[in-house]
Design a protein around this ligand. Structure first.
Ligand SMILES: Nc1ccn([C@@H]2O[C@H](COP(=O)(O)OP(=O)(O)OP(=O)(O)O)[C@@H](O)[C@H]2O)c(=O)n1
Ligand SMILES: C[C@](O)(CO)[C@H](O)COP(=O)(O)O
Length: 234
């Protein structure tokens, strides 16, 4: 029974509007992606990591590794055009369990965005346990703001926020099941791994994520992540 992390960092970060892909931007003197990988090593130095990078940035990452003396052990895989394709390519680097492995002994993989460097070690740990027991474990949080549905005619309608959750990563699965799920056809609505798993016919099991576990998407997210990391180093 192995525990894997599939860290996807194959995007270009268009919404960050910076010449450098956002996963390589520095927070407290270290690229965001190094913060993220370190959280998984903190969870377990034995975790098997697959790191997905943009094909054209692999040499740059190797340069960053030597510059920052970052010598963790992981497999690097070239990503695809979309997150779906990057995850699918990453999963090919993870070995399937034999068919006769007993329930509870199956390998699990935490699929995680490289640009979520504030993931808590306890969330990673919980996600592996819950995925082993339930087939998957998807980190999520309740909404803090009120929400309204926008109608096609431009009108809006209040809806009950208690019926909704925001999806984060890690999204953790039994390895064989998620590898098989990613054989479905890619469609634009499959924005996360839980959607792929659900479309492949499986039930989705949510666990509590954390409000600190933000996805660094736009420049203000960078400022928030810096502030949180700064605070945790005091
Ligand atoms: N082809 C892609 C696209 C995204 N990702 C990864 O998926 C995570 C979440 O995606 P997002 O925040 O949307 O990143 P980008 O696609 O880089 O950003 P943008 O959509 O603003 O271009 C990121 O860690 C990103 O690197 C990936 O591995 N391969
Ligand atoms: C996987 C994810 O981070 C869950 O919130 C999110 O769906 C990725 O979204 P994006 O479309 O890549 O921005």
């Amino acid at each position: 029974m192995a525990k894997y992390a599939l860290i996807v960092a194959g995007g270009s970060g268009t919404r960050m509007n910076n010449d450098t892909p956002k996963q390589f931007l520095e927070i407290l003197g270290k690229p965001i992606l190094m913060h993220t990988i370190s959280r998984f090593h903190l969870f377990s130095p034995l975790i098997k990591i697959v790191l997905v990078l943009p094909k054209d940035e692999i040499d740059y990452w190797k340069h960053l590794e030597s510059q920052h003396k970052f010598d963790h052990d992981y497999k690097i895989v070239a990503g695809g055009k979309t997150r779906f394709q990057s995850v699918k390519k990453g999963l090919t680097a993870i070995e399937a369990d034999a068919d006769d492995v007993a329930p509870g002994m199956q390998s699990t993989v935490a699929i995680h965005d490289g640009v979520r460097p504030l993931v808590a070690v306890k969330t990673i740990a919980l996600s592996h346990v819950e995925a082993s027991n339930n087939g998957c474990a998807i980190a999520s949080v309740a909404l803090k703001d009120s929400i309204r549905e926008v109608k096609p005619d431009g009108g809006t309608k209040a809806i009950n926020r208690d019926n909704f959750r925001l999806m984060q990563t890690p999204q953790t699965f039994r390895v064989n099941a998620i590898k098989a799920a990613y054989e479905i056809e890619e469609t634009p609505d499959l924005t996360d791994d839980a959607s792929v798993f659900e479309k492949a016919g499986h039930a989705v099991h949510l666990i509590n994520g954390s409000y600190q576990n933000i996805k660094i998407t736009t420049p203000e997210d960078l400022a928030i992540a810096k502030a949180i990391l700064d605070e945790s180093h005091k």
